[in-house]
Design a protein around this ligand. Sequence first.
Ligand code: HEC
Ligand code: HEC
Ligand code: HEC
Length: 112
Amino acid sequence: MKKATIVVLVMLSLLVAGILPALAADKVGGGDITYPGKTKPQVVFSHGSHATAGFACTDCHTKTFQYKKGNVKMADMYAKKSCGVCHNGATKGPKNGKVAFAIAKCDSCHKK
Ligand code: HEC
Ligand code: HEC
Ligand code: HEC
């Protein structure tokens, strides 16, 4: 093999070695957070989709949510707090421009 070919192969293998772990650790912020339902189907909050919509960590942390799972309450949402800060049928993702459905759209969060 030519020296140049070997150099290219070594560089390629280094590239793959760098990319594969990055894909395995494909998790944005706190990842997907699942809230098991009792009377309603479970809710999955996706950090990934909210990051894609264009929100920064500081848009939610820590004025609305702590960096810790377990303080999300339906009663707060009805009072326009918690998820209801944005899920009002009007707030748009800064990057993708998609509208946050209103709290009245129960099934958009509570999915089987
Ligand atoms: C759209 C709002 C929102 C944005 C933006 C957001 N988070 Fe979160 N984050 C949440 C919610 C909701 C929880 C869970 C809070 C709860 O259950 O009380 C959470 C929890 C977490 C947790 C704890 C996870 C656990 O299992 O306990 C970490 C860590 C975290 N977020 C990191 C980040 C980082 C880093 C970013 C920016 C890349 C980010 N978050 C952006 C809403 C958001
Ligand atoms: C900072 C504003 C903001 C907060 C806070 C917020 N959302 Fe959203 N959310 C949005 C916007 C805007 C969209 C529409 C963007 C899109 O669909 O790409 C969205 C989309 C969604 C979607 C549809 C996309 C998906 O991930 O399946 C779900 C479900 C959702 N939010 C759940 C929640 C829950 C549960 C909470 C509270 C724990 C929450 N959101 C808090 C702004 C917010
Ligand atoms: C923005 C997302 C979102 C929307 C929209 C939403 N919920 Fe929830 N809901 C949640 C989350 C997250 C929890 C988990 C909080 C907890 O553990 O108490 C929850 C918990 C609940 C609970 C308590 C747990 C259970 O299964 O018994 C009830 C009842 C409930 N929601 C009813 C509703 C109803 C009715 C609507 C529509 C009027 C609604 N929710 C709309 C996110 C949402």
